[in-house]
Write a protein that binds this ligand. Structure first.
Ligand code: ATP
Ligand code: MG
Length: 553
């Protein structure tokens, strides 16, 4: 072939390549042909070097070649073998990795979950409409990242960081991958600071520390979400950021949580991540990791964070759904074998690190008929540092929050409890235990001796003072006022039914006549002798006032 023929052929080929390079499905084989041709040309040019007249033309061709090569991109291409229900099986894509992203012809992205010898499993991050078997899918060469940063505070977003609150695109400080290594043991320090939930029974008997993982477990409709939301509301003046992750919750429930947070001014420091039941299962599976990543950015900024996962039963169900669709072997209760790993690697990311910042996690799990020994609840109980068990019977009897003190425990929070609360809680625990022992006599209305009657009456009053209305978290100071009055017997001559109104009036009275008590306890977490005598005086004064004012029955 003469040089001029070869050059003509090259130019024609370059033109074809230009068209091909703009086509996403451009294949490596074509690049090979191109490489061969340019190699041949170089060889030919070497032979014909003395022919100076070709010099100019070769120059033009070389420049053209340079331009073309910059447009050519290599892409890993695969073929859809099977698609449906939010998952897909692909072949090809030799360079893709687990956790890598692939893009389908409709623009929907998928996350690689599994690699096998001749296929790979992908979970879809969007709708599967318009994609069918035989379609091409390309690797983006990236891992899934979500926006993080302070601008997420006050926002409601999907697990991919897209806004759901109509407030425009989220301005990100950075984009972080969802799977991150938790801080190592050297970076951590023991849990030693208290995290107030504003709920008397929890702060007194099941104290939570910053960096702790405390499971909230209970049947459906027993106030699990209420406890977690109240704990978020209690952070109003505490300089703690919050993340609420709703996983597969009814939209109406999630909406009412968001409305409560807005109404109580809690959205100023809270981010909400929502994966609804009608979202693809992949989003429900990714939601807690997204929430945790958002929290970790705040941790990096030196903040204390409280994160609520509502709830991990739904999370486990989403993962089971994906695994069964991908034909992974089912294990106990049809959950895949790595479900324990799934939750432990999530909760291990809660931490108290040495620069003072922390992530406290409140995962929620739903039980059936109080069966806390089912697979997912036991897994979570063994991963976390304690559990708050909510009892359906207590809830139905009107004892709210329905915390079952006997089954609940907080394993590390005791070290973090404020000193003032610790002195009161020992006494409280003892009297409640005594009450538990004799309570059955009260239930059967048996005739009992005066000492037992006294224990029953005190116990009932303690139980009543530990009840709390929805969305009314109390400051440490006010909790101490209530518990101090209860432990010191102020409630003994108050009728059981009057206790809620007695407590409310008492708080108002103390707030009005001795506001320093609340302020000082909140600030110091201690009760000095002076403060104690002030407290006794003001409570006696109030008691006398209440007896005078109380409407006669
Ligand atoms: P689900 O299993 O459906 O998620 P849940 O266990 O999260 O339910 P919640 O939604 O928190 O339960 O509460 C159930 C109902 O009980 C709600 O209507 C809530 O208003 C009410 N409730 C919860 N705690 C209290 C409380 N301390 N005082 C009064 N009502 C409460
Ligand atoms: Mg709930």
């Amino acid at each position: 072939m003469s040089t001029s023929e070869l050059t003509k052929k090259m130019q024609k080929r370059i033109e074809q390549l230009r068209v091909a390079a703009s086509d996403e499905t451009f294949h490596k084989a074509e690049v090979q042909t191109y490489d061969e041709l340019s190699h041949n040309l170089r060889e030919e040019r070497k032979k014909k070097r003395p022919q100076a007249r070709l010099g100019g033309l070769t120059g033009v061709v070389t420049t053209d070649l340079d331009n073309v090569s910059s447009n050519v991109k290599f892409k890993d291409v695969g073929t859809v073998q099977h698609i449906g229900n939010g998952v897909a099986t692909l072949s090809g894509l030799p360079h893709v990795r687990t956790d890598g992203l692939v893009e389908f012809s409709t623009g929907v992205r998928g996350l690689v979950l599994n690699l096998d010898h001749n296929h790979l499993d992908v979970i879809l991050l969007g709708a599967d409409e318009g994609i069918s078997g035989g379609d091409l899918a390309t690797s983006t060469g990236e891992r899934l990242r979500i926006p993080v940063g302070p601008r997420l505070i006050g926002r409601v977003v999907t697990p991919l960081g897209d806004p759901l609150d109509g407030g425009g695109q989220v301005t990100a400080s950075d984009f972080w991958v969802l799977e991150r290594n938790p801080p190592g043991i050297v970076q951590r320090e023991p849990v030693h600071e208290s995290l107030q939930t504003g709920i008397k029974i929890i702060d007194a008997l099941l104290p939570i520390g910053k960096g702790q993982r405390e499971l909230i477990v209970g049947d459906r409709q027993t106030g699990k979400t209420a406890v977690a939301v109240d704990a978020i509301l209690a952070q109003r003046d505490e300089d703690v950021n919050c993340v609420y992750v709703a996983i597969g919750q009814k939209k109406s429930t999630t909406l009412s949580v968001i409305e409560t947070l807005q109404a109580e001014g809690a959205m100023k420091y809270t981010t909400v991540v929502v994966a609804s039941p009608d979202d693809p299962p992949a989003l429900r599976y990714l939601a807690p990791y997204a929430g945790c990543t958002i929290a970790e950015y705040m941790l990096k900024m030196g903040r204390d964070v409280l994160i609520v996962y509502d709830d991990l039963s739904k999370h486990a169900d989403a993962y089971r759904e994906l695994s069964l669709l991908l034909r992974r072997p089912p294990g106990r209760e049809a959950y895949p074998g790595d479900i324990f790993y799934l939750h432990s690697r999530l909760l291990e990311r809660a931490c108290k690190v040495k620069n003072g910042a922390s992530i406290t996690a409140l995962p929620i799990v739903t039980t059936q008929r109080g069966n806390i020994s089912a697979y997912i609840p036991t897994n979570l109980i063994s991963i976390t540092d304690g559990q708050i068990v909510l009892d359906a019977d207590q809830f139905n009897r009107g004892i709210k929050p329905a915390v079952d003190v006997g089954k609940s425990v907080s394993r590390v929070g005791g070290a973090a409890q404020t000193r003032v609360m610790r002195t009161l809680s020992g006494d409280l625990r003892l009297r409640l235990a005594q009450f538990e022992e004799v309570a059955r006599f009260a239930r059967f209305g048996t005739d009992v001796d005066p000492e037992t009657r006294r224990q029953i009456e005190t116990g009932q009053r303690l139980q009543a003072i530990l009840m709390q209305n929805l969305h009314q978290p109390l400051s440490l100071g006010m909790q101490i006022v209530s518990l101090f009055a209860a432990v010191n017997g102020s409630l003994n001559d108050v009728a059981l039914d009057d206790i809620p109104s007695y407590e409310a009036a008492m708080h108002e009275f103390v707030d009005h006549h001795a506001p320093a008590i609340e302020i000082e306890i909140n600030q110091t977490g201690e009760m000095t002798d002076n403060l104690k005598s002030d407290m006794i005086a003001v409570l006696q004064e109030f008691h006398a006032y209440w007896l005078r004012k109380k409407p006669v029955a």
